[in-house]
Ligand binder design. Sequence first.
Ligand code: XMP
Length: 317
Amino acid sequence: SWTMHSFIESTVAAITAKVGDSRVICALSGGVDSSVVAAIVHRAIGDQLTCIYVNNGLMRTGESEAILRFFKETSKLNVIDVDATDYFLGQLQGVVDPEIKRKRIGLGFIKIFEEEAGKIGEVRYLAQGTLYPDVIESVSYRGEAPIKSHHNVGGLPEIMKLELIEPLRELFKDEVRELGLELGLPEEAIYRQPFPGPGLGIRIMGEVTAERLRVLRQSDVIVLEEMKKSGWYRQVWQSFAVLLPIQTVGVMGDGRTYENVIALRAVDSRDAMTADWSKLPYELLGTISSRIINEVRGVNRVVYDISSKPPATIEWE
Ligand code: XMP
């Protein structure tokens, strides 16, 4: 549209003028906001931008690969892609408290990001995807060490003494999506549901281990596939699987089983501040349940979460 077109022109001009010949870094997460920031800053200053993608080992299957491929191959963006899975799993060993999980994951991110950024040379700016709702309503994520400067604990900008570039500061989510499409990002990236920074780490109740990640990932892939196939993926705000910290009794053949429970969570929302559980068709719920129980080793029961926010939250931790 014309408005987006002129928004891009004026934003690109402003970034170019502000940055001069300095270097800019940004953190790519695979999500919509950071992808759109990377695209528009890249349009303004090209190779002066380097993006860092930290794989914390807590992403969904295939989660970030598509967007990374797009940035590396199609748009020729400089991307440092670091796999820190072992480090994060080490940090999470034995941890069950959700706030401690968030802190360890957040601090781990800052550590790895800083290390990688240190290899680039002199950097002056950090580009990040702060949106208008973040500006007016300082969202604090239950103890996670933040990137965003408006959070009350010191974030990356303070620690690394970087100045901020926040090209999406005046936009709402739907406008960011429109902007992303105008910038040529793949639809799949634009219509991705929100995904929390600590990733699957806060969707595994209790300890995060490689084996429990396997159970959750395989279940979650099925949720995603069936949501997309039925056309419900874009109609809900978020939809995902949660692994519970209990075993329940089941029966298979003529044997008794004692295995994991997966909770399915799907919510409708406009801004994540309030949410209602999605009225998914019984048939879809049934398909997801039987596929998970049949296909994922270690699961013998699936339940559907019918709680609204408030008083529940969208995530289980
Ligand atoms: P809750 O669970 O608080 O979630 O209703 C509201 C929205 O925020 C996401 N969320 C997070 N995002 N780090 C993030 O980056 C976090 O620690 C975190 N916790 C929740 C959640 O997925 C939902 O979209």
